[in-house]
Ligand binder design. Structure first.
Ligand SMILES: Nc1nc2c(c(=O)[nH]1)N[C@H]1C(S)=C(S)[C@@H](COP(=O)(O)OP(=O)(O)OC[C@H]3O[C@@H](n4cnc5c(N)ncnc54)[C@H](O)[C@@H]3O)O[C@H]1N2
Ligand code: MOO
Length: 395
């Protein structure tokens, strides 16, 4: 059997980092920056007031109380400014440019709030409540480097330096296609032998959580020809395809039957539990990577975490490898098949104790939903006693 590490290595060697493109700022959330972004001007661009109050000469408010004439009113955005002469005050708002001559701002709370003249009750030292030009960023300074994932604050600074469009590696578009004649859309009634399709929802959501744009395609039954038609229709909008089901040893395995003859997708047994049957390869003229995951709900989810998620990171231009693990102490005994690496579901507490979930079957989706960690049991270990130290992957 192929090892988990060898399978991941093959996947990472096959998938390519997506080419950069220039996107409108609004569409760049969750993408990876592919250029250096710098500020064309200093930020703030000019000295300005940090508070609503009065711009004065500090020397004029050393002895208080003092009453000064208010010679002007400046709001943020004002561009016609009168200089503040000795003994004068200018009413000023937060963000408004400092008028020439003034070297301090007295907050309105320290005054009587007058508009013709103002009585100041507390001294303000030179520089008080002034935000200097370039205090955030100098002109020409780099604010974001390539490889940065654009979140809300990063999107904000791109706008803040005046950019409308930005070069990024896009979020990978991933089409999720589940197969199985027994599958029914949630919301519709079940007949004997049917189950509601959950995998396509789980996997599409997992794509989104992993920084991709997941598209859930219509489920296909057990007919390989129908599967190929649907795959063909979806390829135009996909940077990667995920299928679920139809990859093991049964009589109706549409994914395996449809893809094996192409010669570009391999179906193998990977030494893990759950998730042993795996298909991976490329399809179509553009050699789109395809992950043919096993149909059991826990198996497809675990396969996604181990293989698809790192691949999506590589496509996004981010460092990619096996999921990180942390040490934990297991609160019950565990069993694992010899020669296979197990990923058992557990609840990891803040104190580093991990409690195995009640159901460890590949079909026990509720137990997966109750878990927040996968407990990793190495290939050469078959019994883990309660209290042992284990490695876990946080979900
Ligand atoms: N004789 C053997 N039988 C099986 C083997 C084997 O090695 N020899 N492997 C088992 C393992 S391990 C797995 S995992 C499954 C993988 O099966 P398939 O990928 O072919 O998936 P299906 O047969 O279509 O379905 C398996 C199971 O999962 C349910 N399912 C499928 N799709 C969905 C979905 N979208 N939402 C919810 N549940 C789904 C399906 O009803 C089946 O119960 O094969 C074992 N058998
Ligand atoms: O390997 Mo299967 O994925 O255990 O249920």
């Amino acid at each position: 059997m192929k090892s988990v590490d060898a399978h991941l290595a093959e996947i990472l060697a096959t998938v390519r980092t997506l080419a950069p493109l220039e996107l409108e700022l609004e569409r760049s959330l969750g993408t990876t920056l592919a250029e250096e972004v710098s500020a064309p001007v200093p930020l703030p661009p000019f000295d300005n007031s940090a508070m609503d109050g009065y711009a004065v000469r500090a020397a004029d408010v050393e002895a208080v109380p003092v009453t000064l004439p208010v010679i002007d009113d400046v709001a943020a955005g004002s561009d016609e400014l009168r200089a503040v002469g000795p003994g004068h005050a200018v009413r000023i708002m937060t963000g408004a440019p400092m008028p020439a001559g003034a070297d301090a701002v007295v907050p309105v709370e320290w005054t009587d709030g007058g508009t013709v003249s103002v009585t100041i009750n507390q001294s303000a030292p030179a520089g008080n409540a002034i935000r200097r030009a370039g205090e955030d960023v100098q002109a020409g300074e780099v604010v974001l480097r390539p490889g940065t994932v654009i979140g809300s604050a990063q999107l904000g600074i791109v706008a803040g330096v005046g950019r409308r469009r930005v070069w990024v590696r896009p979020r990978p578009r991933v089409v999720v296609l589940s197969t199985g004649a027994e599958l029914v859309e949630p919301g519709l009634p079940l007949r004997t032998g049917q189950i509601w399709d959950s995998n396509s929802f789980t996997l599409t959501a997992a794509v989104r959580e992993s920084g991709g744009d997941g598209y859930r395609a219509t489920t296909v039954g057990d007919d390989p020809a129908r599967f190929l038609e649907q795959l063909d229709a979806q390829l135009v909008r996909a940077d990667a395809i995920i299928t679920s089901g139809g990859v093991s040893m049964g009589a109706y395995e549409p994914v395996k039957e449809a893809l094996s003859p192409l010669g570009t997708v391999r179906f193998e047994k990977v030494a893990m539990q759950p998730g042993m049957p795996q298909g991976f390869g490329v399809v179509g003229d553009d050699q789109v990577p395809i992950f043919a995951l096993p149909g059991n709900p826990v198996s497809s989810f675990v396969s996604f975490m181990l293989f698809v998620r790192p691949a999506l990171r590589k496509m996004r231009g981010l460092p990619a490898g096996a999921p990180e693990t942390v040490s934990a102490q297991v609160m019950g005994s565990l069993r694992s098949p010899a020669g296979r690496r197990s990923y058992l579901r557990g609840v990891l507490a803040d104190d580093g104790a991990v409690t195995p979930a009640r159901g460890q079957g590949s079909h026990q989706l509720a137990a997966l939903a109750s878990a927040n960690a996968l407990i990793v049991v190495p290939e050469d270990v078959t019994d883990v006693p309660a209290g042992a130290s284990v490695q876990v992957i946080r979900l």
